[in-house]
Design a protein around this ligand. Structure first.
Ligand code: ATP
Ligand code: MG
Length: 331
């Protein structure tokens, strides 16, 4: 298969026993070689929990309550990240997966020059490298993300937010990763800069050959830049499809609502209506489909039973899209 990462029936809780909050439930998602997979959903839908969970970086009281995350190595070997030893995990994190988390641009150390921070990361990754080769690599990484080498001597406060974010991305790419996970890397930045950074990342993806899991609220950004999109609501994936299909013909009313929550950057303008109501309280989840209280198309079964994610009858299996909605009976 051309899968790099296969998330299978992943459950992530905060807390234990009866007090546990089920923040990610039964998530199945595959990241393929060389693709950009977008993950969208409102605040609290479980996107970051999924990203932290699948990399085993989940802070307490987060716990993996079930499932597997199968990592496919280039040589064909596979490993379940959820069952790796600490030593295996450290290698996996450094060598194979680069993660840029929400607000990462603020995690640069204010007292060190950009050059020092980049070369330190490269040294940790490749202890046998020489100072000279590390500096060369640092310069190369900055230029990849569109920052000129004279910025190497800058301190973080001398750079704009967009530049700091690019430095973080350059740092992540210095590890020559197979998988890049970005969790709203540009949340605090304006839309123009977000697009530039994401566009640059996509170019690099083609040149460097990594796969990207890109997480954001902004579905219009994903429609433009990702190959496939998964939509999360209340801890579950409710729809997954090629980006063009989500844009042209989204099946879940929640996906529709999200599409009408952000201005489209290309194509016909949509009316911005947003989604009425607010995301569910994980401690008091609605019965049936968690979206039904806010859904303009809800009907009888929606409050009664949880719809299963599957290939809709209106589509052939080859179209590779799934939805969990009573409006769309599945095969
Ligand atoms: P955002 O778009 O705001 O980043 P998100 O989709 O990344 O949201 P998560 O941060 O994964 O959402 O949170 C998912 C749910 O888990 C939320 O309801 C949140 O309140 C809950 N949660 C997160 N951290 C904890 C914690 N430490 N303890 C209990 N619940 C938590
Ligand atoms: Mg988040």
């Amino acid at each position: 298969s051309d899968a790099v990462l296969e998330i299978k029936s992943l459950d992530v809780d905060y807390g234990l026993g009866a007090d546990a909050v089920h923040a990610v439930q039964d998530v199945n998602l595959t990241l393929h070689r060389g693709e950009v997979l977008g993950l969208a959903g409102e605040s609290g839908s479980g996107k970051s929990t999924l990203a932290y969970g699948l990399t085993r970086l989940l802070p307490p009281p987060g716990v993996i309550a079930g499932g597997e995350v199968i990592y496919h190595q280039d040589n064909g070997d596979t490993a379940d990240i959820m069952r790796m030893t600490d030593a295996e995990l450290r290698r996996f994190r450094w060598a194979q997966t680069a993660i840029v988390f929400q607000g990462a641009m603020n995690s640069l150390n204010p007292v060190h020059k950009i050059s020092t921070q980049l070369t330190d990361v490269i040294k940790a990754h490749d202890p046998a490298s020489t100072p000279r080769s590390r500096l060369g690599r640092a310069r190369e990484m900055l230029s990849l993300v569109g920052i000129s080498a004279d910025r190497l001597d800058s301190y973080p406060h001398q750079l704009s937010g967009g530049m700091r974010q690019r430095v973080m991305i350059g740092m992540a790419l210095a590890l020559d990763p197979r998988i890049v996970i970005m969790d709203e890397p540009t949340t605090a930045l304006d839309v123009v800069i977000q697009r530039q950074i994401l566009g640059q990342l996509i170019d690099l993806r083609e040149r460097l050959g990594f796969s990207v899991l890109f997480i954001t609220h902004d579905l219009s950004l994903l429609v433009e830049f990702s190959d496939r999109i998964a939509i999360m609501y209340g801890g579950r994936i409710v729809e997954e499809a090629p980006a063009a299909d989500i844009y042209r013909d989204s099946l879940h009313p929640y996906s529709d609502g999200l599409l009408h929550s952000f201005p489209a950057l290309r194509g016909p303008r949509r009316e911005l209506t947003g989604i009425p109501g607010s995301p569910p309280d994980l401690r008091a989840m609605p019965t049936g489909c968690a979206f039904h209280p806010r859904c303009p198309k809800a009907f009888d079964p929606c409050a009664a039973d949880l719809p299963v994610l599957g290939v809709p009858e209106s589509h052939t299996a080859g179209q590779q899209r799934t939805v969990a909605c009573w409006l769309h009976p599945i095969h």
